[in-house]
Design a protein around this ligand. Structure first.
Ligand SMILES: [Mg+2]
Length: 207
């Protein structure tokens, strides 16, 4: 049976780490030194007096009005293209609300994400060749899992292990955890891949 591939969007296809770090420094939330990962930026921002609010605002900015500056994670496009070339259906299933509560610009986050995909040629025939109808945004994690079932995914790739740990996550869907910093002890039965290239090698049996 031909695999049906489902992929998460935020921090799986699109990466915000560098952007978050830069904006956090520009807004004076953190100094321009130290660890540049999203987790480090979050932890340092949260230590501020209004840290939680500032962290929410920072996320609203990078997922919304500034998303065009976020980057395509290395090899994600290549993986999707190879799946398409092999005749596999590819769906993007994202847990994403329409608006962020802390976003004063009232940017529609789903529209912003679609525009980012379009700018990276996701919907062009000679780009990644995805249909706009193959992209789903859901308002809750439960609805996201429902969608993964509804489109009949055989595999799902996500950066968030919590998704795979949900009791409602279907047992017959192969879990692939995209983890550039792999967990020391994986909490789920997911296959852990450190990069898209590694996943390509596993998936397409290339040495
Ligand atoms: Mg994610």
């Amino acid at each position: 049976m031909t695999p049906i591939i489902g992929i998460d969007f935020d921090n799986t296809i699109v990466g915000y780490d560098e952007l978050m770090y830069r904006i956090a420094v520009e807004r004076g939330l953190i100094d321009g030194d130290g660890d540049r990962t999203k987790r480090a930026v979050r932890d340092r921002t949260r230590q501020l007096a209004d840290g939680e609010i500032e962290w929410q605002k920072l996320q609203a900015l990078v997922y919304g009005p500034l998303i065009r500056e976020a980057r395509l994670l290395d090899g994600a496009d290549e993986f999707i293209r190879r799946c398409r070339d092999a005749g596999m259906a590819v769906f993007i299933v994202s847990h994403k609300t329409e608006y962020a509560s802390c976003d004063e610009t009232r940017t529609n986050l789903r529209t912003a994400a679609i525009e980012w995909m379009a700018a990276h040629r996701f919907f062009e025939r000679d780009g990644l060749g995805l249909s706009r109808d193959a992209v789903f945004f859901e308002s809750t994690r439960a609805a996201k899992i429902g969608r993964i079932k509804a489109v009949g995914c055989s595999h799902f790739i996500d950066d968030l292990e919590e998704v795979f740990l949900e009791a409602s996550f279907p047992r017959d869907v192969q879990k692939i955890l995209y983890a550039p910093v792999p967990p020391l002890v994986p909490a789920s039965s997911a296959t852990v891949v450190p990069s898209w290239r590694a996943l390509c090698d596993v998936f397409f049996h290339k040495a």
